[in-house]
Design a protein around this ligand. Structure first.
Ligand code: URA
Length: 429
């Protein structure tokens, strides 16, 4: 069947065979299928969806478009992926914490685009830190330290690299089967035994409603399992900054504080729960025992030492992060903090230069935002809700635009809101 016929079948809501999906993915990766043909197909998928079998076939074909890491049969190999949020720095402390609990963690991470941040950008705020390790370097580091956080090499899931860039400019990102195949093809290429997904919902997340997030989580868990990896997911609330800080260097500093045991409660509980559910997939000893082991890795100082070792091996030089408050956004009346608009914080970060509008934008890794008050807190007039932090000055027009966004990023009312749990659901097949 030729490409036009395959596209037309999807347009007419007919199910594609595994062979047809492989033909598309191989043809697109090699350059035999043009961008305009692949974007027509992606739009047909966005509008008509894909069956479970089609999604599995697409994920497998994208995974097989490149290299896969392989590991000796020693320790279980695990990873965590987040669909992204504001202030979501969980990967940074979790990788060394897991490595202290008897598993290997080859974490292949990404950069931020739009309101949410990316782990690689955050780690690159550490002077010298390399995020471009080769497959041989990744393998050697994991064998030595038990964890690595680096970017995808060009050999890992090249089909996704090309297709994601195309989807980004053709309005076809928001398709659950396409997101499933994109995330899993990159993650499973690391040769995992188990994977935990932090699927976020809310104003600061890619998925705004819990229903959409739950649909994505179910798709990821089922497809991951079908491809032979024990996959589980947590649905977590992303309606305010996770922890207290959003930025790059400032999030690394907050991650180090977590590893020192000085933590924001929400950040610690999401980190520990993701780790505990993940460890349960490879060595079932009960969630409580896993939580205890993860917390012990912190209280003993081992996780911090492991993090320092990882940074050193990736040629980073940790130093102190110093900043000053360059603006404070305060409550204009007394009352309860009812709501935060996470997306607006993401846009304020972009205005300040801490986030990207386009993939080629350069970042200011030092500037950041602190969320001082939490949803549900009772505020007095003039009490700080947000602060903008930077080691130096920031151009006044950028600062003013960010202040305006942050002034509109919260709502105060007179009725105390009901507290909402941070972790809403755990999905394990
Ligand atoms: N993140 C990915 O890696 N892929 C998507 O399609 C969406 C978010």
């Amino acid at each position: 069947m030729n490409v036009v016929q395959i596209i037309a079948r999807k347009r007419d809501q007919r199910e594609l065979t595994e062979a047809e999906i492989c033909q598309l993915v191989e043809g697109y990766t090699s350059g035999a299928i043009a961008d305009y043909q692949m974007s027509a197909w992606a739009m047909a998928v966005l509008l008509n969806g894909m069956t479970f079998d089609e999604t599995v076939a697409l994920t497998r074909a994208m995974l097989e478009s490149g290299d896969r890491l392989s590991w000796p049969d020693s320790l279980p190999v695990v990873d965590k992926h987040s669909t992204g949020g504001i202030g979501d720095k969980v990967s940074i402390p979790l990788a060394p914490m897991l490595a202290c609990c008897g598993v290997n963690v080859p974490m292949i991470s990404g950069r931020g685009l739009g309101p949410t941040g990316g782990t690689l950008d955050k780690l690159e705020s550490i002077p010298g830190f390399r995020t471009d390790l080769s497959v041989a370097e990744i393998t050697a580091q994991v064998e030595k330290t038990g964890c690595v956080i680096t970017g995808a090499t060009p050999e890992i899931a090249p089909a996704d690299r090309k297709l994601y860039a195309l989807r980004d400019v053709t309005g076809t990102v928001e398709s659950i089967p396409l997101i499933t195949a994109s995330i899993l093809s990159k993650k499973l290429a690391a040769g995992l035994d188990a994977l935990v997904l932090d699927v976020k919902f809310g104003s600061g997340a890619f998925m705004k409603s819990i229903e959409q997030a739950s649909c994505l989580a179910r798709s990821l868990v089922a497809v991951g399992k079908e491809l032979g990896v024990r996959t589980c997911a947590l649905l977590t609330d992303m309606n305010q900054v996770l922890g207290s800080y959003a930025g790059n260097a400032i999030e690394v500093a907050e991650s180090i504080e977590l590893l020192k045991g000085n933590v924001a409660e929400d950040l610690e509980s999401v980190t520990v729960e993701l780790g505990a559910v993940l460890l349960e997939q490879v060595s079932p000893q009960g969630l409580e025992a896993n939580r205890k082991a993860l917390r012990e890795s912190v209280s003993s100082g081992r996780a911090l030492a492991r993090f320092q070792q990882m940074v050193e091996q990736q040629q980073g030089q940790l130093g102190d992060f110093r900043h000053q408050v360059i603006a404070e956004i305060v409550a204009d009346r007394p009352g309860y903090l009812l709501e935060i608009d996470g997306r607006a914080i993401g846009y304020a970060k972009i205005e300040l230069g801490a986030g990207r509008k386009k993939m080629e934008d350069c970042l200011d890794l030092e500037v950041g935002i602190q969320q001082v008050a939490r949803v549900g807190e009772e505020l007095t007039e003039g009490q700080a809700v947000f602060r903008i932090l930077s080691p130096g000055t920031v151009a006044s027009e950028k600062r003013e635009r960010a202040i305006r966004l942050l002034q509109d990023a919260f709502r105060i009312g007179t009725v105390e809101p009901q507290p909402q749990p941070l972790i809403r659901q755990v999905l394990v097949e």
